[in-house]
Design a protein around this ligand. Structure first.
Ligand SMILES: *[C@@H]1O[C@H](CO)[C@@H](O)[C@H](O)[C@H]1NC(C)=O
Ligand SMILES: *[C@@H]1O[C@H](CO)[C@@H](O)[C@H](O)[C@H]1NC(C)=O
Ligand SMILES: *[C@@H]1O[C@H](CO)[C@@H](O)[C@H](O)[C@H]1NC(C)=O
Ligand SMILES: *[C@@H]1O[C@H](CO)[C@@H](O)[C@H](O)[C@H]1NC(C)=O
Ligand SMILES: *[C@@H]1O[C@H](CO)[C@@H](O)[C@H](O)[C@H]1NC(C)=O
Ligand SMILES: *[C@@H]1O[C@H](CO)[C@@H](O)[C@H](O)[C@H]1NC(C)=O
Length: 269
């Protein structure tokens, strides 16, 4: 019995060893197919997320997780040498690499890295606090806009016949002036980064859109009346010398007339 067990032991060992090696390196082709399938799925999730969050623009903040998943999906393909070098790069039409470039370019061209604290290798970690604060302030402004105008924030084609506004709009300008001011302040702080700093598109697009609503939809910008008074003052000062000299001249002729009048009167006597 003891002899039998001791004979069996190496067999069991060989059996276990074989299953382990099988689990560690399955057929390389099969593994690559799985990696490609996963990458296809994450790229598609990423693309969906990007398009779904393009208006209002929240791509960077909402799609960060899918972006990181897509990066990891590509990384696991690259790390599998057999898969990357022998199968993926050997193909003339580099669809995998093009898809990866698309993922990265979309992220960078939207200045998304500026929204995040990033790792050394550029992987976004968490949203910067100043960005979070900006969006809190934006929420307050949008809430105020909606509360005072009943016009929805989500961009819909403006229905001019339905925007029956003048009274409402006045209350928007007065009620939201303060929260709009703090939002602008917050944006200015974000904007004043180091040389060549580009504001993350989530923030710049939101600010642009809110600014347009403020001035174009609600007509809250008072630059018009300021401009009118500036022009009026300028015109006034330009004509001041002319007014001065004409008035002098008028006075001069008036006194001449007076003198003439008195001399005439003297003659008359
Ligand atoms: C893609 O998105 C779907 C739905 O959000 C999710 O169930 C799935 O796990 C995602 N795929 C990957 C590979 O992350
Ligand atoms: C698409 O975006 C909207 C908000 O813009 C969100 O409510 C919805 O859940 C998103 N769809 C998916 C599948 O994530
Ligand atoms: C909405 O606006 C009204 C007056 O314009 C104000 O009394 C009310 O507190 C506002 N509500 C919120 C939630 O801001
Ligand atoms: C625009 O407003 C008018 C008047 O309220 C309404 O009859 C029309 O259906 C609206 N159009 C759209 C596209 O909402
Ligand atoms: C504009 O709004 C007022 C009340 O807010 C309403 O009485 C009036 O009928 C509206 N006019 C149009 C053209 O919708
Ligand atoms: C703001 O939006 C307008 C129109 O939506 C666009 O033409 C302009 O380029 C935008 N500006 C910035 C700084 O994004």
């Amino acid at each position: 019995m003891v002899f039998f067990v001791s004979l069996l032991r190496p067999c069991i060992f060989v059996l276990i060893w074989q299953t382990r090696t099988l689990a560690v390196s399955p057929s390389p082709g099969g593994d690559c197919a799985k990696l490609l399938k996963t990458f296809a799925e994450v790229v598609s999730n990423y693309t969906y997320c990007a398009v779904n969050n393009s208006r209002p623009f929240r791509f960077c903040c909402v799609c960060e997780k899918v972006y990181v998943t897509a990066l990891n999906g590509h990384r696991s393909i690259v790390q599998d040498n057999d898969c990357h070098n022998d199968l993926v790069l050997a193909e003339k039409y580099q669809i995998v690499e093009s898809a990866y470039d698309f993922v990265v370019n979309l992220w960078k061209s939207s200045n998304c890295p500026a929204c995040f604290e990033n790792d050394k290798d550029g992987t976004p970690k968490e949203i910067k606090t100043e960005i979070t604060e900006f969006f809190h302030k934006l929420d307050a402004v949008e809430h105020c806009f909606y509360n005072n105008s009943q016009i929805h924030v989500i961009p819909v084609p403006v229905n001019h016949s339905a925007s029956n506004s003048s009274a409402k709009v006045l209350s928007v300008c007065d009620s939201c002036d303060k929260s709009y001011g703090t939002l602008k302040e917050s944006y200015k702080n974000i904007e004043s980064g180091p040389e060549g700093y580009k504001v993350c598109a989530d923030v710049s697009a939101s600010m642009n859109y809110t600014r347009q609503r403020w001035s174009n939809n609600f007509h809250c910008v008072k630059i018009h009346s300021d401009l009118v008074s500036v022009v009026a003052l300028t015109v006034f000062f330009c004509f001041l010398p002319i007014i001065f000299y004409t008035s002098l001249r008028l006075q001069g002729t008036a006194s001449k007339d007076k003198k003439l009048g008195t001399s005439l009167r003297v003659n008359h006597r």
